[in-house]
Design a protein around this ligand. Structure first.
Ligand code: CAA
Length: 246
């Protein structure tokens, strides 16, 4: 395994933490961004207690200026970004007839526009060095839609459109671009869904339980490995059988 520098956006969250942990344990140098310095410090200390040192930089992925500054800070502190995981994401669930413009734009900016904001400053370096791995963390709900998530489903579906275009443009430069689409994973985001709604959702999952963040991180590690050099433009669904589109 060649040690690389990896940037995982939203690394302090549920799935993000598992991705950071997995990549770090393989010997990669891992960076993530934060917006709240106090929370970030507590998270950094808990990772350090596990023996994982994370390079932490301030930055808001929804803002192009902040995102570019974040990438430059990672480059200075940890090295050029060779693996990028666009993982940061938020929900503002409500049925569309009640949705306001802010709920729409916050979700589209953080989940989809962030892919432009963070990937644009790293892509030229990856092409020049003839090696790169980019993974979008999308969602089952970008594939199947979800009652109450017109904003989120639109943004998450857009992420895979981004993946398959970038995959074509960068294939001959040794840069692979893939999507991972998690189903319902036991994170704060999913636990915020009202319990009675969540129970109905879990009842639709053939494997019969929520996913574990480590089960998503495992797929990201697979797709970002040197050996995954012939996988590009794929959308890997990891959802306990909840949605089996092909
Ligand atoms: N299909 C059909 N009808 C549905 C439905 C569904 N899937 N879900 C709810 N409804 C119906 C209800 O039965 C109810 O019907 P009645 O009025 O006839 O009783 C009605 O919709 C409720 O509609 P309201 O607009 O009043 O609902 P609300 O404002 O109280 O809440 C909601 C709506 C916010 C969407 C709530 O149902 C909810 O939180 N749903 C879960 C959304 C979800 O799955 N979010 C995922 C978050 S985690 C994540 O996003 C991670 C990931 O990638 C998977």
């Amino acid at each position: 395994m060649n040690p690389r520098t990896a940037l995982v956006t939203g690394g302090t969250g549920g799935i993000g933490s598992a991705i950071v942990r997995n990549l770090a344990r393989q010997g990669h140098k891992v960076a993530t961004n934060y917006r709240d310095a106090t929370k970030a410090e507590a998270w950094r200390a808990s990772m350090a207690a596990e023996g994982i040192e994370v390079c932490m930089v301030p930055g808001d992925v929804a803002d192009p200026v902040s995102a570019e500054a974040m990438v430059r800070a990672v480059e200075q502190q940890c090295g050029t970004v060779e693996i990028l995981v666009n993982n940061a994401g938020i929900t503002r669930d409500t049925t569309f007839h009640k949705m306001d413009y802010q709920q729409w734009t916050e979700v589209v900016n953080t989940n989809l526009n962030a892919c432009f904001n963070v990937t644009r400053p790293v892509i030229e370096g990856m092409r020049t060095r003839r090696w790169g791995r980019i993974v979008q963390i999308s969602s089952i709900n970008g594939q199947k839609g979800q009652y109450g998530q017109a904003n989120y489903a639109a943004a998450k579906a857009g992420m895979h459109g981004f993946t398959i275009s970038l995959a074509q443009e960068n294939a001959k430069f040794g840069v692979t671009v893939n999507t991972v689409s998690p189903g319902y994973v036991a994170t704060d985001m999913v636990m915020a869904v009202p319990e009675e709604v969540r129970e109905k959702i879990v009842a639709q999952i053939p494997i019969g339980r929520l996913g574990k963040p480590e089960e998503i991180a495992h797929a990201v590690a697979f797709l970002t490995a040197d050996e995954a050099s012939w996988i590009t433009g794929a959308n890997l669904a990891i959802n306990g059988g909840h949605y089996m589109g092909w």
